[in-house]
Design a protein around this ligand. Structure first.
Ligand code: AMP
Ligand code: TRP
Length: 338
């Protein structure tokens, strides 16, 4: 756990690289909104991370606005919470370079996300993709953030951020300078799976659009995708144990529980012994009722891109006021500045 000398501060981010989906919403965004109620929070559109794989420049600009609109539409309040895009605050890049020199090749070589994303094409992936977790550590530690709400897949990156914080504190003999940030991975849907294959994560990069529910999908698309979601022939089980070997059933129950703001146990009890067809109707109805208001608010916000840019600029200003003194201090600690 983080030592109490550090004030609680929440930091998280998402990449603007395509449509956000139900996994992003249930695994991360929904928790961000909740944490905003009683903690200071900073939420970032991590646009420099999006450059680690090829993205068309025009699409990137649009995607930055879309992700910002999604944050706000889901309930992130820019009046209360700092909301900005990473590239506007150059301290992130500066601290990331210092962390590139703190992190070890061996640590980064173990990152499963790099292995998955690079695949067989390792030699031809960008260097940025390899050092991506160092930039992520810089995002968090530039603010000395203590809590990082993310989906399950980011756990290993958070461990790396803790290792970097610890090594920096040791190397420069500044005990407890950086906090060791805690991942906050909560709720019944920390790892939402593909609707087509219960063994694969729901992801922006899956070629089948039927594998995910996008935050931009209309009600008809949501209903169709849930109706077509892969299942098995048996009725829903009445206990945790009954989900063994039934990843698709488990995924749909988790989604239901998270959207209903309930627990897994409650969802299991509610649908025990029921056929998938009836369950899917209720799930589709619930999903539409929770996602459609976000989709329409996103659309409304995107109608005024200048306003979104203004929010991001104001957020960057507030973010810099916090991280600039910290990064300046780090530059003194490392001897870059006397
Ligand atoms: P990304 O889209 O990779 O930038 O992820 C943004 C956030 O959404 C991170 O906190 C991820 O852990 C989370 N996330 C992405 N995909 C999923 C998923 N299938 N289930 C749960 N959380 C997810
Ligand atoms: N790596 C995260 C993802 O793909 C995005 C991210 C970048 C992030 N910087 C961060 C998440 C800082 C939390 C905190 O989901």
């Amino acid at each position: 756990m983080t030592t109490p000398t550090h004030k609680p501060l929440v930091f998280s981010g998402m990449q603007p690289n395509g449509n956000l989906h139900l996994g992003n919403y249930l695994g991360a965004l929904k928790n961000w909104v909740k944490m905003q109620q009683d903690m200071n929070c900073i939420y970032c559109v991590v646009d420099m991370h999006a450059l680690t794989t090829w993205v068309d420049p025009k699409e990137l600009t649009q995607s930055i606005r879309e992700v910002t609109a999604a944050y706000i539409a889901a309930g992130v309040d820019p009046a209360k919470t700092i909301l900005f895009n990473q590239s506007q605050v150059h301290e992130h890049a500066e601290l990331a370079w210092i962390f590139n020199c703190v992190a070890r090749m061996g640590w980064l070589n173990r990152m499963t996300q790099f292995k998955e994303k690079a695949g067989k094409n390792r030699e031809n992936s960008s260097v940025g993709l390899f050092v991506y977790p160092d930039l992520m550590a810089a995002d968090i530690l530039a603010y000395k953030a203590t809590h990082v709400p993310v989906g399950e897949d980011q756990k290993q990156h958070l461990e790396l951020a803790r290792d970097i914080a610890q090594k920096f504190n040791n190397d420069y003999n500044v005990p407890d300078y950086f906090p060791l940030p805690d991942p906050v991975i909560t709720g019944p849907a920390t790892r939402v799976m593909s609707l087509r294959d219960g063994s694969k994560k729901m992801s922006k990069s899956d070629e089948s659009d039927y594998s995910r529910i996008n935050l931009t999908d209309d009600a008809d698309a949501i209903v169709q995708k849930i109706r077509k979601a892969r299942t098995d022939p048996n009725p829903l089980p009445d206990s945790e144990k009954g989900f063994e070997g039934r990843p698709e059933a488990e995924n749909l129950i988790n989604i239901y529980a998270a959207l209903a703001d309930g627990t897994r146990e409650q969802a299991i009890a509610r649908f025990a012994g029921r056929q998938f067809s009836g369950f899917k109707n209720e799930l589709a109805e619930l999903t539409v009722s929770k996602i459609s208001p976000i989709t329409s608010e996103m659309r409304r916000l995107l109608g005024d891109p200048a306003e979104i840019d203004r929010i991001l600029k104001a957020g960057a200003h507030k973010a810099r006021a916090i991280c600039a003194p910290i990064v300046a201090e780090v530059k003194r600690m490392t001897g870059l500045v006397g």
